[in-house]
Design a binder for this molecule. Structure first.
Ligand code: ZN
Length: 247
């Protein structure tokens, strides 16, 4: 596998509008695979072709599965409500991220749980994507692999219905929510030369601290469940692209 160079947000290429894909050949398939591998290595959740310097309208993404493990030796404490690593978590993940990065305080519950994010390899390729409907809005933290180490609050639609073509150039329609919807909107913006910083709420762009990036453990809180505080080794931010802090 080849790990590709991701262009920084200062690169003028990222301001260009990508062109529609007319067919998928072996070279493009190889590029897609390399983009996915690069995204995983970088702990992202999405990556657009333009970010690796290819002006074609497609992106890859995968929302990793959230896994929370109980750490042995701490019996009797209640399990975290967010320990079910399923789709439901993805839908609430932006709120967790927001809380995770803004409330880096400690909580008792973080002592007995470990959180990790696992890529299943079940990623999606979205070619010539377009949003055909959207509803709701939510303001939450967002980052970008082209601007690693920076976050900002960005308003996005809560639910979007996406139309795109898969790697076989078959059209599909998919409705996504929460983090996945945020990711899709972020990536489609890339194809139009728009960066998340363009949409940032005024005064919210900030450099992520080591603590936020997972240098120490911190408990994110699901805002729709105030009791769900969980320890984490990694902080995810969206990057439409995800960045997860490393130890
Ligand atoms: Zn991005």
């Amino acid at each position: 596998m080849d790990i590709l160079e991701i262009l920084p947000d200062s690169d003028p290429i990222l301001r260009k509008t990508s062109r529609r894909v007319t067919h998928v050949d072996e070279n493009l398939k190889k590029l897609i695979t390399d983009m996915y591998d690069t995204m995983v290595i970088k702990n992202g959740i999405g990556l657009s072709a333009i970010q690796v310097g290819v002006l074609k309208r497609f992106f890859v993404y995968e929302i990793p599965v959230l896994v929370v493990d109980e750490i042995e030796g701490k019996p009797g404490e209640k399990p975290c409500e967010t320990s079910q690593a399923d789709e439901a978590n993805h839908e609430t993940a932006p709120d967790k991220f927001s809380e995770a990065t803004e409330n880096p305080g400690k909580d008792e519950s973080e002592a007995d749980q470990e959180i990790s994010y696992v890529y299943t390899g079940d990623y999606l390729v979205c070619i010539n994507p377009r949003i055909i409907s959207k509803e709701g809005s939510v303001i939450d933290d967002e980052g970008c692999l082209s601007k690693e180490g920076w976050h900002a609050k960005v308003e996005r639609a809560l639910n979007v219905t996406l139309q795109a073509y898969d790697i076989e150039m078959k059209k599909f329609v998919k409705t996504v929510s929460g983090l996945e919807a945020r990711c899709v909107q972020h990536e489609i913006d890339h194809l139009d030369g728009i960066l998340f910083t363009d949409r940032a709420e005024e005064g919210t762009l900030r450099e992520v601290t080591d603590t936020e990036n997972g240098e120490s453990e911190e408990p994110p809180t699901a805002s729709n469940d105030n009791e769900s505080e969980i320890a984490q080794e990694h902080v995810i931010t969206i990057d439409g692209d995800r960045t997860v802090g490393h130890d």
